[in-house]
Design a protein around this ligand. Structure first.
Ligand code: FAD
Length: 605
């Protein structure tokens, strides 16, 4: 049967052949997992996603969520599958055991999540959002808070959220006005209004634990005066049973472009002056604590973009194999020649290979990130821990935004492959495109990720982390140069990495000069140039591995797969990477027009 949602053969290639994740499994932390158990987990996850979640995706889109007097109802069909996910503990596969999870390595959690997200992101997200809340409670909570909340959240018995955004505090979280006043028993009374809160209210879990950013009366303005509070929907008694309803209510839900089955809620805290919150961690450390959750969510958002892209690509390539339209170009003048599948047409092939190159590159990049994260976690060497931890941190804005944006572009191109049918609701590609758009907006927009990369990340440790990153690319390029047929690709990637180093230096200096605004106007193109370079690196790496496998006389069914890897690298490096070179020229050119144009000059007045 044709692959759906995520290409299992490709996942296996990345995990076992490219990144050699069997190494990770050797660590005692993962002693319960070996390649065989991992294979079984993925087979089961895939089956559940395709059989139970995917059939509800369009239904969730059509029905959406319903709001009535503070109550939010998800589509009825979600309840049964939520229970299935919960009972199978699919929602906490990579959550550490001590938090109530299964303790699987991150790459397996990601591989299973690719299926669940691509099959029905909205439904799966209801079951997993509690993990992020649990994570920060586990890191910063008192023993009592941990005991009360963590395992209920990771078991998806209770839902979790994150309450940052307010109508006048979106990207600028520091502008928030939700206030907290200390009570005599050590708790706080909160008052304020939050908007756009994912899963802020729903009927799938018996309780919801809200981590809320607020400012304690009298604390300084901006992010440094923000604290974090746990605000349960229902209070939790000491014996774990649920008590009274807290004064936090959903006052409405958004009508959205996509992800219709996901509840995006306005939340009112303290309308009866009785919203009680409990400080998590120390006062004024709210942003620092919340970032532990945000960074996790940024990875998940990248994965969301990639999962949609993968699913849309597979739909497109399967459609292209079946849809008969037009004669083969070689029979153009022969009216008696049979019509062929559209996959025979050069432009469709180009488009499919364009999509495949991004999907493959993004998948390798995402799993590379999970590998870095795991290596930093399990290594005994302080040096390695620092190296992989720093790399992970520097590349997080790229995983977040590049995968979101390219994921969306892939979904749009998938619509193109379907022609008119792609623009209708008959196929999921148009839903994937609508649903995917959010990924470059929430958890920090594209512009915010670009600023993070330029202002904070590329200069980390005086640029040493960036240099290490380039060193990793050079290693792959050197390997490629030694492989017959890949030499030219290796040189091109090497040159691109060198150029990226120069451009990073240039934009970094611009950002610190009196022309800093011009530098920041080029920050997002820089993020994309860096993302493109990573794609080229990952695809070249794949080609190196595939060449080795081909030299070892693989099984017949694998030959086309491995040859496909080499063609994909060739395509990306020879047709997309030259565009990256143009992007880099533009950044180095330092055009200041976007800064110099007057506000009136934008027209439309
Ligand atoms: C479906 C959905 C779900 C969401 N879920 C949650 C949630 O669960 N919890 C939560 O707290 N929030 C949530 N959000 C809110 C989301 O994180 C914000 O919408 C996002 O951070 C952007 O804030 P904003 O909408 O106020 O846009 P603004 O901050 O007004 O930004 C508008 C534009 O200006 C740009 N911009 C703003 N400031 C700068 C700057 N300093 N430099 C450069 N560019 C800038 C942005 O990049 C953007 O393009 C959700 C939003 C949506 C739509």
């Amino acid at each position: 049967m044709a692959q759906q949602v995520a290409d299992r053969r490709d996942q296996d290639f990345v995990i076992w052949e490219q990144l050699n994740c069997e190494d990770i499994l050797k660590h005692e932390t993962y002693h319960e997992f070996n390649k065989k158990t991992c294979d079984m987990i993925l087979t089961e996850a895939r089956a559940l996603a395709l059989k139970e979640l995917l059939p509800l995706m369009a239904e969730g889109d059509e029905q959406g969520v319903r709001f009535d007097a503070g109550v939010v109802k998800v589509p009825e069909s979600f309840h049964r599958v939520y229970k299935l996910i919960q009972e199978g503990e699919w929602n906490n596969l990579s959550v550490p055991e001590e938090m109530g999870g299964q303790g699987a390595p991150a790459f397996i959690g990601a591989a299973a999540a690719e299926y669940f997200l691509g099959a029905n992101w909205a439904l799966y997200c209801y079951t997993t959002m509690g993990n992020g809340t649990a994570h920060i409670i586990n890191l910063f909570g008192t023993p009592e808070q941990k005991g009360k909340y963590v395992k209920k959240l990771t078991a998806a018995e209770w839902g979790g959220t994150m309450l940052l955004t307010e109508s006048d505090a979106g990207s600028d979280v520091g502008a928030l006005t939700t206030t907290a006043v200390r009570n005599s028993d050590g708790s706080f009374s909160l008052t304020g209004n939050k908007i756009f809160i994912t899963n802020g209210e729903h009927d799938l879990a018996e309780n919801i634990i809200h981590p809320v950013l607020a400012r304690i009366e009298g604390d300084p303005p901006g992010t440094k005066g923000i604290s974090l509070f746990l605000v349960p929907k229902y209070f939790v008694n000491d014996d774990g049973s649920l008590g009274e309803r807290n004064d936090i209510v959903c006052s409405g839900i958004e009508e959205k472009h996509g992800i219709h089955a996901s509840a995006t809620c306005s939340m009112t805290l303290g309308s009866k002056s009785q919203c009680i919150g409990y400080l998590l961690g120390e006062e004024c450390q709210g942003m620092k604590i919340m970032f532990n959750m945000i960074n996790h969510a940024r990875m998940s958002t990248g994965l969301q973009g990639m999962a949609y892209a993968s699913a849309a690509y597979l739909l497109a390539v399967n459609y292209a194999r079946e849809r008969i339209q037009g004669r083969d170009l070689e029979n153009f003048a022969d009216h008696s020649a049979p019509s062929v599948s559209i996959i025979r047409h050069p432009d469709v092939r180009r488009n499919l290979l364009w999509m495949k190159s991004y999907v493959d590159g993004m998948r390798s990049f995402f799993y590379y990130m999970t590998r870095c994260g795991s290596q930093a976690l399990i290594t005994d060497s302080a040096e390695e821990q620092e190296k992989y931890g720093d790399l992970f941190s520097m590349l997080t804005p790229i995983v977040k935004d590049y995968l979101a944006v390219k994921g969306h572009e892939v979904c749009i191109q998938a619509i193109q492959v379907f022609g008119g049918a792609g623009y209708t609701r008959d196929y999921l590609v148009e839903q994937y495109a609508r649903d995917c758009k959010i990924a470059s907006i929430y958890e920090g927009t594209s512009g915010i990720q670009a600023m993070d990369l330029l202002a904070r990340k590329i200069g980390t440790k005086k640029g040493l982390v960036f240099m290490n990153f380039l060193g990793e690319i050079h290693q792959t390029a050197s390997q490629a140069k030694a492989v017959e047929g890949l030499n030219d690709l290796g040189i091109r990637v090497e040159n691109t990495a060198n150029r990226l180093g120069e451009v990073a230096m240039h934009i970094g200096q611009m950002a610190m000069s009196e022309n800093f605004k011009v530098g920041f106007a080029h920050a997002l193109p820089f993020l994309y140039a860096m993302g493109d370079t990573i794609m080229a690196w990952m695809l070249l790496w794949r080609a190196v591995v595939a060449s080795e496998k081909l030299a070892g006389k693989p099984k017949k069914k694998d030959v086309a797969f491995y040859e496909g890897q080499i063609k994909t690298a060739e395509f990306f490096i020879q047709t997309e990477l030259p565009l990256t070179s143009g992007k880099m020229d533009a950044i180095q050119g330092g055009c200041a027009a976007a800064i110099e144009i007057s506000d009136e000059g934008f027209g439309g007045l």
